[in-house]
Design a protein around this ligand. Structure first.
Ligand SMILES: *[C@@H]1O[C@H](CO)[C@@H](O)[C@H](O)[C@H]1NC(C)=O
Length: 227
């Protein structure tokens, strides 16, 4: 064994012979290593769990805040719409369209700033009149703004031909119009203000032979959408 010539042979083979019996029984270093390793995975698991829990709590808080602060779009209702003189054959000469529409801010804490509100009336998808209804309005939370106005003269273009179409519809029971309101709105919470959202409300409304709004159209909520 002490012969220097044999050293290469000993060192080449014994490791295989020594390792074989040791394999089933691990060295103490192996166990220490395993304990260290399991401690490390346990710690990382705990850190991971704490992190995920914090993330979940943060998510829930954000969700609740979002639910309570989420702005509701204005609720638009059409209460009245009338075409006086609808029963007269020459009614187009001084035709009038009157309406009463309300805009409701149903938010608890959010006020709404409206830019100019434009109203247009369509008949069979053709614009027959339009008017600026207000220049701009600040609406406090839980309040309603009423818009009553009349389209006539320069703001209403009804030819005798179109009036004859009205009379044809009237003979069939009702004349249907579409009133469209357009504005840009911003939501406001104390000093914070959202960007402008282009808002459209589209009210389909029918009048009966007497020119007054039909019960089916009265107080109906108008779909509101943004572009
Ligand atoms: C408009 O309709 C609302 C709701 O029905 C009503 O309270 C209000 O008095 C009406 N305004 C006008 C000017 O007719």
């Amino acid at each position: 064994m002490s012969d220097p010539n044999r050293i290469p042979i000993i060192s080449a083979h014994p490791p295989e012979k020594v390792q074989k019996p040791v394999k089933p029984h691990h060295t103490p270093r192996y166990y220490v290593h395993r304990v260290k390793e399991s401690l490390a995975t346990r710690v990382s698991k705990i850190v991971c769990a704490i992190f995920l829990t914090l993330l979940l709590i943060l998510g829930i808080i954000t969700f609740i805040l979002w639910l309570s602060l989420r702005p509701h779009r204005p609720r638009v209702f059409i209460h009245d719409f009338s075409v006086p003189g609808l029963s007269q054959a020459n009614g187009f000469e001084n035709a009038e369209l009157g309406f009463n529409i309300t805009l409701r801010n149903s938010n608890q804490h959010i006020s709404i700033d409206y830019d100019a509100l434009d109203g247009s009336v369509f008949y069979k998808d053709q614009k027959i009149g339009s008017k600026s209804l207000f220049p701009g309005v600040h609406q406090d939370p839980k309040t309603t703004t009423t818009v009553t106005d009349v389209l006539s003269g320069a703001t209403l273009t009804v030819t005798s031909q179109r009036w004859m179409e009205f009379l044809g519809d009237r003979a069939a029971g009702s004349v249907t119009f579409r009133m469209e309101l357009t504005s840009a709105i911003r939501f406001k919470v104390s000093t914070w203000e959202s960007k402008r959202h282009r808002m459209h409300a589209s009210c389909t409304v029918a009048v009966g032979p007497n020119g007054n709004i039909l019960l089916a159209s009265k107080d109906k909520r108008c779909p509101v959408y943004f572009t």
